[in-house]
Design a protein around this ligand. Structure first.
Ligand code: GDP
Length: 437
């Protein structure tokens, strides 16, 4: 994954206070390649990585995060911002509101029109009317009728009328008479941009004055999608973009490029042929997809929130002075616990989520450890060497555990102490270096 690559590129600055210039330059190249692989336009990727570079150089490296994780977070935030930050809905203010659907043939207009009608009916308690305006392909009209029947939505057609503007206008009148509050106009597309098509849709647009014009584009078409978006935007000045066929293995970089080039928000994404496969567009999720990662970002955010630099320093001192006790151990456990449910946390790591889907990990193990530590006296916690067999029996009874559980915890604690001490010495430094290679 991108993050592994970044970690590799940055391994030699682990443990240093700041991200250094030379490493960032290498890493930025990696990021640029990853973005271009995900269909982000080269120039946009280049500008973006330049900004990332500037930001990264000012960042301190938190010891709890790898520089790779930190860089990924910076790139991610930059992507989210470029894609508009938040989710944008559609304007349904008219009486009726009129939504015009435009795009090339095969982009998924008719399918999306059905999905949008279904969504508005199910989720927004609307009473939509679908309008078939493709006067060239009777099959397209038939397709919309079939969809309408399937989702229980009225479809307005005029098979003899060859003028799309007049069909659309008549449909709006029909909607007013029949209490439809949203009119969704599915238009004819061509296989490629041509002037006649642009003129036709422009006329429809001027005639019906839609409250919302949505441009539908197939995400599989990569960079071509961007050129198409530009032409349609020049003609219609549309309000938003619908990105279809995101159920394929496309990484979604076209979303970023379209957004940047036409400066219009992506409002919906379509992820399948079923009528339910429609989602609102969330920049955060798309950024994750473009970077090809699990939910690493929220993991990093949580670590940043929970990590307390002062506490970490105190802990290091204690270990050096051999004063690490059970209270500190408990604090460590609580830090981990504050980050959330173990299974959720692990599920956020790329590659791990799927693997542990069916495994039963629970937080009980922590509960047992806590109960045992809570059953110790303050003296015992500070100086674990006091704990003899009689004390162990008492602790076990108090915690409602077996003496073996207390023994196991003592052993774990000892090993942890040994390891921590080793890490502090010259041997440890060597080991850390080896591990980060
Ligand atoms: P139109 O010519 O723009 O109206 O496009 P259609 O709605 O007829 O869609 C063209 C083809 O793409 C059809 O076979 C649809 O079933 C399919 N399609 C549309 N949207 C999606 C999607 O989100 N995912 C997938 N896999 N197929 C889609």
């Amino acid at each position: 994954s991108l993050q592994d690559k970044l970690d590799k590129a940055l391994h030699n600055i682990k443990g240093r206070g700041k991200i250094t210039e030379i490493n960032v330059a290498e890493t930025v190249k990696e990021i640029r390649r990853a973005l271009v692989d995900a269909d982000v336009n080269y120039k946009i990727a280049k500008d973006l990585t330049k900004r990332v570079q500037d930001k990264a150089l000012g960042q301190n490296v938190l010891t709890s995060l790898s520089p790779g994780q930190l860089m990924t977070k910076i790139v991610h935030d930059e992507l989210v911002e470029l894609m508009g930050g938040s989710q944008e809905g559609i304007n349904l203010s008219g009486k009726p509101s009129v939504v015009l659907i435009a795009g090339l043939q095969g982009s998924g207009k008719t399918t999306f029109s059905g999905k949008l009608a279904n969504y508005l009916k199910q989720k927004k308690a609307k009473n939509p009317l679908l309008v078939a305006c493709d006067v060239y392909r009777p099959a397209a009209i038939e397709q919309l009728k079939v969809l309408g029947k399937q989702i229980g939505i009225t479809v307005y057609t005029e098979e003899e009328n060859k003028n799309p503007s007049s069909i659309a206008q008549n449909a709006i009148n029909f909607a007013k008479e029949n209490k439809h509050d949203v009119v969704i106009v599915d238009t004819a597309g061509r296989l490629a941009i041509d002037e006649a098509m642009m003129n036709e849709i422009k006329t429809v647009h001027q005639t019906i004055k839609p409250t919302e014009t949505l441009f539908v584009v197939d995400s599989m078409t990569g960079q071509d999608a961007v050129n198409t978006a530009k032409s349609f935007n020049d003609t219609l000045n549309f309000d938003g973009v619908v990105l279809t066929k995101l159920d394929g293995d496309t990484r979604g970089g076209a979303a970023l490029t379209i957004r940047t080039v036409v400066e219009k928000p992506i409002k919906f994404i379509s992820t399948g042929e079923k009528m339910e496969a429609l989602d609102l567009f969330y920049p955060e999720r798309m950024a994750d997809r473009i970077l090809g990662m699990g939910d690493v970002v929220s993991l990093v955010e949580r670590a940043q929130e929970q990590f307390d630099e002062e506490e970490a320093k105190k802990l290091h001192k204690k270990i050096a002075k051999n004063e690490f006790g059970f209270d500190d151990f408990l604090k460590q456990i609580n830090q981990i616990k504050k980050m959330g449910n173990m299974k959720d946390l692990m599920g956020m790591l790329p590659g791990v989520g799927k693997a542990i889907k069916d495994v039963d990990i629970n937080d009980d193990a922590f509960k047992h450890i806590e109960a045992i530590i809570h059953s110790m006296t303050p003296d015992e916690r500070r100086t674990p060497s006091l704990i003899n067999t009689t004390r162990k029996q008492r602790i076990a009874r108090g915690a409602g555990r077996k003496i073996e559980d207390v023994n196991a915890l003592m052993k774990q604690f000892e090993q942890m102490g040994k390891m921590m001490k080793m890490m502090q010495g010259p041997q440890g430094k060597q080991m850390m270096q080896m591990m980060s290679k």
